[in-house]
Design a protein around this ligand. Structure first.
Ligand code: PLP
Length: 390
């Protein structure tokens, strides 16, 4: 059988067999509506309550601070629009960063149309932001700060605990998108001191289409989805029982797997070293110090990332250029531009994201296939012909 290496875990992950097993009863015999009073309805509602309790304890929250949503994007939208609208009478200024996920950036665009003013904090070449930059951006009318815990393209991990402490000192609501951090780093809302935090199931081996928004008790947030009284009247919609149960199991496994992150970081480091030494005109995007363990992002001069992805795919390797959400567009990645890459280098960038499912043999296989593929593409590039060969 030909080799298959999945190295795109930041895009999505395979549903773990243990997760699927926990979900199956709720997709067959246990189909009751959790709001129904009879026994199969109660079984569903008890399953949700148990999942809520498990998730809360795994991230240091209280069960009634956990809200189930349809995905990370919904959690981001709800946190941002909900907190902004609930606090609009106090002020209409929001601080975020230039390299957030589009679920955050586009939610900000919507709020601009409602009269909010947004300050976008810049990041340095390593993908970092100094806490002083946040402090300096705060105004008397700032009502919300939205800052990702870890970036999805270059893996930069921000000092969220320090940032949240600054927000707290100014009595400003602090939200973090932890969609990429969860499963890769310890995530504890009490230790971080955040007011709201977003999670998504499909990055941690639960299915696509389930998310969580943590909202600390006392934080005011307007509803995004009105409906029946589900989620304590805050988020309408009959609950996705099977996926909620699956997410709780996936999070449990992700937390148990955290010690494996050292092995994953070591594999990633070997991959990084070997790629840069074997392939001329290649450079790591973003700093290596505060970075998610499985994330690697490399710029190759004189090639197009899209062609690289297609040739890697033919060799059985799944990776991405920019983020999965932007593969439909030919715009250079806003994240890579934000750390100072010129558009042509952003276009020639490759993201490889490893998880506990990857092995040293996978790394060997990538190292065997990638250099000749890059060379093949360069041999077709007129620019490489002129500049690179000299
Ligand atoms: N936030 C970040 C940092 C992400 O990486 C993603 C997905 O790629 C999302 C939000 C959106 O999550 P979902 O795909 O569950 O809507």
């Amino acid at each position: 059988m030909s080799k298959f290496v999945y190295a795109d875990h930041a895009a999505t992950t395979r549903v773990a067999p243990e997760v699927l097993e926990e979900m199956l009863p709720y997709l067959s015999s246990e189909y009751g509506n959790p709001s129904s009073l009879y026994s199969i309805g109660r079984a569903s509602s008890l399953a949700i309550a148990a999942a809520r309790e498990k998730i809360a304890s795994l991230i240091g929250a209280k069960p009634n601070e956990i809200y189930f949503t349809s995905c990370g994007s919904e959690s981001d939208n709800w946190a941002i629009k909900g907190a902004a609208r609930a606090n609009a009478a106090k002020g209409r200024h929001i601080i975020t960063t230039v390299y957030e996920h589009h679920a955050v950036l586009h939610a900000m665009d919507s709020l601009k149309k409602e009269g909010f003013e947004i300050t976008y904090l810049k990041v340095d070449a390593d993908g970092q932001i100094a806490p002083e930059a946040l402090e300096a951006a705060i105004r008397p009318d700032t009502v919300l700060i939205a800052m990702m815990y870890a970036n999805n393209e270059i893996g930069s991990v921000l000092p969220i605990r320090e940032m949240a402490a600054i927000a707290k000192a100014h009595k400003i609501t602090f939200f973090t998108d932890a969609v990429q951090a969860i499963g890769n780093l310890p995530v504890n809302v009490a230790e971080l001191g955040v007011d709201m935090l977003a999670l998504s199931g499909h990055k941690i081996h639960a299915p696509k289409g389930i998310g969580v928004l943590y909202v600390r008790t006392g934080v005011r947030i307007a509803n995004l989805i009105d409906g029946g009284g589900q989620e304590r009247g805050k988020r309408g919609g009959t609950e996705n029982v099977a996926y909620i149960v699956g997410l709780a199991k996936a999070l449990e496994l992700a937390v148990e797997g955290l010690p494996d992150m050292e092995r994953i970081a070591a594999m990633r480091d070997r991959l990084a070293r070997e790629i840069v030494s074997r392939i001329p005109y290649s450079r790591i995007n973003g700093g290596m110090e505060h970075r998610l363990p499985g994330n690697l992002n490399v710029a190759f001069e004189f090639i197009e990332g899209e062609s690289l992805i297609l040739l890697l795919d033919m060799a059985g390797i799944c990776a991405s250029t920019g983020s999965a959400c932007s593969t439909a567009s030919l715009e250079p990645s806003h994240v890579l531009l934000s750390i100072g890459l010129p558009p042509e280098k952003a276009h020639g960038s490759l993201r490889l994201t490893l998880s506990h499912e990857n092995t040293e043999e996978d790394v060997d296989y990538i190292l065997e296939k990638l250099p000749p593929i890059v060379q093949r593409l360069r041999d077709m590039s007129p620019l490489y012909e002129q500049v690179g060969k000299n």
